[in-house]
Design a protein around this ligand. Structure first.
Ligand code: DON
Length: 558
């Protein structure tokens, strides 16, 4: 009788459990990005025998055409890679401040931040790094010719890209900003509607010159001169010398252990790797699997670890070529244990009581993500950005692309929040040729020494917490890649002192209980938190894509 009841109970349990929802599964190789057109071009390059790095170049450029909201050649980004043989590395093609930039360039005569100067128009533009980035990737790891890789992108630009509903809305939302940022009427001034096709002829011409003449076309050639003149005509300070001096940099990634996972992510000038290491190591001993996905206690412990990590971010992190970032200390077990020592499940720790931790510095020293796994076993994670949607909104009609407003990622003035509400200090102050601090967190995860996942997202300050929730969803809560990407997300960043939640995706009961413990909940600030794309290696070696339906994202594979 006992066994009979147990069997019935098990049958009921398993029949009530929601069937798992898988994303696209492919046998050999996959690309997941913000647009089907870009994922398909990346896949096509892989099918032609190219590797993940060839596909990186193709996908990055195809996003510049098909996803001008964040895909770019006028911005920058980061790439994490893991080769088939297990070696890892990262490329920093983040923008830099122009040589004429100064610490107080966004302040008026009495020291107040001038509204919009660091976010809209020519003064907001950092030296773009994308073209240097793709050529660096191609030179080190590429296997196909640049012509083979870039040709389908140029064809797409001439053929044009169909406007989606989401894109129609985004273009309409920025209508006024486009008019304010540009002297002339730009391609995007038109009220484009869903199913219209936008042709990018000028961008196709620029890409053709770059394909023929290489990186120097963008940094030293005709395109460089036209670009610098355009920015200066619009009141900016970026010069031909700034472009000529720009270089992408290979950097050692941050890598750390969480349970039986090895997480490999971006080092400064991104804050992503360090902050994610701090948060995950701070919560590791709490057994999240037992506490439950998005349960009261899981939200509490994650929010408290996030609060402390973002307080450190704001004080200590900046461009490592300019400031000494105490990376080892900030991610050490003893430091993090001490940081969490005043955490209690009883009540929230107010952010006013949390400052950055005490670390002795020893003196001597709107974005998009795509993931690719190739048929050879190489994996990459790339997050790339213009910063805000359509960057500075300044569109170089003649060259066919938007320019970033990445300068806003610096701290214009200590204590004054940027567009993401992030506060910075001296470590992220503006200096000529310095890189602005980023939250972009392209990440690769290994399990038992093998590739498990490539993941990343846009979302400004919420990038770090979105990536880590996605990893936890797979690892602790046994979700598929697609479920992990779909799951509701929340975010705490020290200041403002609130937990941001995706609206109507958390129960009223959880929200009430959190409020009773002293947490402020904000469901209004972010309609969506992150647009995560990822690839998971399944136990049989096939690949599952997670393409976030918060955007028009799509997986493509074979
Ligand atoms: O580098 C950063 O952290 C930001 N510029 C990223 C911007 C972003 O994710 C915009 N997306 N919502």
């Amino acid at each position: 009788m006992k066994y009979y009841l147990l069997t019935i109970a098990l049958i009921i349990f398993y029949s009530c459990k929601k069937p798992s929802q898988r994303g696209l599964v492919a046998k050999k190789a996959m690309v997941v990005s913000a647009r089907a057109e870009a994922s398909n071009i990346g896949k096509q390059i892989l099918e032609q025998g190219g590797n993940a790095f060839d596909a990186m170049v193709a996908t990055q450029l195809a996003l510049a055409v098909s996803y001008p909201y964040a895909g770019n050649i006028g911005g920058g980004g980061f790439m994490i890679y893991r080769l088939e043989n297990g070696s890892i590395g990262s490329l920093d093609f983040r923008e830099k401040a122009p040589a004429l930039a100064t610490k107080d360039m966004y302040l008026d005569s009495i020291g107040n931040v001038i509204p919009d100067l660091s976010t809209r128009g020519a003064m907001a533009v950092g030296i773009p790094g994308t073209i240097a980035g793709i050529f660096e990737v191609h030179e080190k790891f590429g296997s196909l010719s640049m012509e083979t890789i870039v040709k389908p992108v140029i064809d797409l630009a001439y053929k044009g890209v169909v406007v989606t509903k989401k894109q129609e809305i985004r273009i309409a939302e920025k209508h006024e900003d486009f008019a304010l940022a540009n002297k002339d009427t730009i391609l995007f001034a038109k009220a484009w509607k869903e199913n219209d096709t936008i042709k990018y002829n000028h961008l196709a011409e620029t890409l053709t010159r770059i394909m023929k003449n290489g990186k120097d076309e963008f940094y030293k050639g005709e395109t460089a001169v036209r670009l610098a003149n355009f920015i200066q005509d619009n009141g900016g300070i970026l010069s031909v010398e700034d472009l000529a001096n720009y270089e992408a940099k290979w950097r050692t990634p941050i890598s750390f252990q969480y349970d039986d996972l090895r997480i490999i992510s971006m080092a400064p000038p991104s804050s992503g790797g360090i902050a994610m290491a701090q948060i995950l190591k701070s919560v590791e001993s709490y057994n999240l699997e037992t506490l439950g996905h998005n349960s009261l206690k899981t939200i509490q412990v994650l929010a408290e670890a996030e609060r402390r990590a973002y307080a450190d971010r704001s004080h200590y992190l900046g461009d490592p070529d300019f400031v000494n970032v105490p990376q080892d200390k900030l991610t050490s077990d003893s430091y993090l244990k001490d940081r969490m020592s005043n955490f209690s499940f009883e009540k929230a720790t107010p952010s006013s009581e949390i400052s950055h931790g005490k670390v002795d510095i020893v003196e001597s020293d709107e974005t998009t993500h795509f993931s690719i796994v190739d048929q050879f076993g190489n994996a990459i994670a790339v997050t790339t950005t213009l910063n805000s949607g359509f960057g500075s909104k300044l569109f170089c009609e003649d060259l066919g692309f938007f320019l970033n407003n990445e300068m806003d990622d610096f701290s214009s003035k200590p204590g004054v929040p940027n567009v993401y509400g992030l506060i910075g200090a001296e470590a992220n102050a503006i200096l000529p040729e310095k890189r602005m601090l980023s939250s972009m967190t392209p990440t690769i995860v290994e399990k038992d020494g093998k590739l498990l996942m490539s993941v990343g997202t846009p979302g400004g300050s919420t990038i770090i917490t979105s990536v880590l929730q996605t990893i936890l969803n797979v690892h602790e809560f046994e979700m598929t890649m697609q479920e992990a990407v779909n799951a509701p997300r929340f975010h705490h960043q020290w200041l403002p002192d609130e937990i941001r939640m995706e609206p109507n995706r958390f129960s009223k009961d959880i929200i009430r209980q959190l409020e009773q413990k002293g947490y402020q909940i904000n469901e209004e600030r972010s309609p969506v938190i992150g647009i995560v794309d990822g690839i998971l290696v399944l136990s049989d070696g096939t690949l599952e894509g997670g393409a976030d339906n918060r955007g028009d994202d799509a997986a493509s594979g074979f």
